[in-house]
Design a protein around this ligand. Structure first.
Ligand code: ASP
Ligand code: MG
Length: 435
């Protein structure tokens, strides 16, 4: 029998009515003859509420206790959904991550999945039951509870789909799919029907919050087909799959932006072997992900190094860098939160020259200064002032005619939302981190 994994985000299970609707969707898949594993996020903004309480009580909570706290959100939603499924007359059972053996490392709040013991799930499926698993959480070998980072239930879902050999993984959310830009910023943005894993990786890494980056990595590494779709509107969404020739025809697939970045510059470090290694090893030891890096041309044997990190890592980065500054006898470290990253992503960039030039001229035409640039074969990112992010996204979307890209994906745009549903807000879910 074919097996599918369905994941529902926070908005999709925000209240009793929504939970009952999700139960209907789940049993529909079961009626179609599929084995169904459901992964849930916490109800609505539960995770944010819990985190706020934690920081109100202690501004520096230990990460182990944070995970102990926020993992409770998902335990509530799985129990409630399972009851809703029972009420419809179907057999179902809920499990926490430790019950089904989602084993992680012990990097609290950002844990990585090491292994999934799937026996328990397989046994229950064999009994004909729908299996409902708590997303976002894991367990260490010592039995401690961990979480996989914000938005981590996407990763639980795709990892389970990989472990169980599911036919595909459906990610039900409050938007209709992946868009060419955030429709809140660019109303003409189009829904993409297909994107490759590589493109989605770049989009997730550059500000699209619709799928957690780690979940796309799992998808790519294990070839799990991912369907991002709305739980409120019954239309097909965006498929994230292996690249094919059709995709290469579109040079650019989307423009993303990320305002949750910070830029750090360390001035006058010695220009000699081992200095960069020292700085970035210190950051790595504190589990801080560094994104862009530039090193200036050196003068008098000294140079400056700038890099960016997620803004939430800024307090820790500050601690680390002040120590590194002393150690390297650098002149100064500067921390800047007023930046944004805008990125252009597209598989066709590999074979089409001139994309960077067109991007920079679009930004210049809007009077936007570029502070840092980084590229990959299918992405170009620029760091700019934060207040110019929206202008930049709109001018790039226009420059590359993304309201008219050649991929078929337009029909459901603007048909928007069914009554009572959330507005589609595409790539960026400023409020939708809970999804
Ligand atoms: N509830 C968690 C969060 O808000 C995990 C998720 O939604 O995927 O980040
Ligand atoms: Mg999410």
């Amino acid at each position: 029998m074919s097996l599918i994994v369905q994941k529902y985000g926070g908005t999709s299970v925000a209240n009793e009515t929504n939970i009952k609707n999700v139960a209907q969707r789940v049993v529909r898949a079961k009626d179609e003859g599929k084995d169904v594993v459901v992964v849930l996020s916490a109800l609505g903004d539960t995770t944010d509420v819990l985190l706020n309480m934690a920081y109100n009580i202690n501004p520096h909570p230990q990460k182990r206790e944070l995970d102990m706290l926020v993992s409770t959100g998902e335990q509530i939603s799985i129990a409630l959904l399972t009851m809703a499924i029972h009420f419809l007359g179907y057999d179902a059972v809920s499990f926490t991550a430790s019950q089904v053996g989602i084993l992680t490392d012990s990097v609290y709040t950002k844990a990585r999945i090491l292994d999934i013991k799937k026996d328990r799930i397989v046994d229950e499926l064999k009994k004909g039951r729908i299996v409902v698993v708590a997303g976002f959480q894991g367990v260490t070998r010592d039995g401690d509870i961990t979480t996989l980072g914000r938005g981590g239930s996407d990763t639980t879902a795709v990892a389970l789909a990989a472990a169980l050999g599911a036919e595909y993984c459906e990610i039900f959310t409050d938007v209709e799919g992946v868009f060419t830009a955030d429709p809140n910023v660019v109303p003409e943005a189009c829904k993409l029907h297909v994107v490759s894993y590589e493109e989605m990786l770049e989009m997730s890494a550059s500000g699209a919050k619709v799928l957690q980056l780690r979940s796309v990595e799992f998808g790519r590494n294990y070839g799990v087909k991912i369907h991002v779709r709305s739980s409120f509107v019954d239309v097909s969404g965006t498929w994230v799959i292996e690249e094919d020739e059709r995709m290469e025809r579109a040079i650019i697939s989307g423009v993303t932006h990320d305002k949750n970045q910070a830029k750090i510059t360390i001035f006058d470090v010695p220009d000699k072997p081992g200095v960069a290694a020292r700085i970035f090893q210190a950051l790595a030891d504190s589990h801080i992900n560094v994104d862009m890096i530039i090193q200036n041309v050196s003068e008098r044997g000294l140079s400056d190094i700038s890099f960016t990190v997620d803004r939430e890592d800024l307090p820790l980065t500050r601690e680390v860098m002040l120590k590194v500054k002393e150690e390297l006898k650098a002149r100064e470290v500067h921390f800047d939160q007023d930046i944004a990253k805008v990125s252009l992503v597209g598989a066709g960039m590999k074979t089409n020259p001139g994309v960077a030039a067109a991007m920079f001229s679009a930004l210049a035409e809007s009077n936007i200064n570029i502070e840092m640039i980084s590229t990959s074969p299918i992405k170009i990112s620029c760091i700019i002032r934060k207040e110019q992010a929206e202008t930049a996204v709109r001018s790039l979307h226009k420059k590359f005619n993304l309201d008219r890209v050649s991929r078929p994906h337009k029909e459901s745009i603007g048909t928007g939302s069914a009554p009572g549903s959330q507005p589609a807000n595409g790539l960026h879910q400023e409020s939708g981190r809970n999804e």
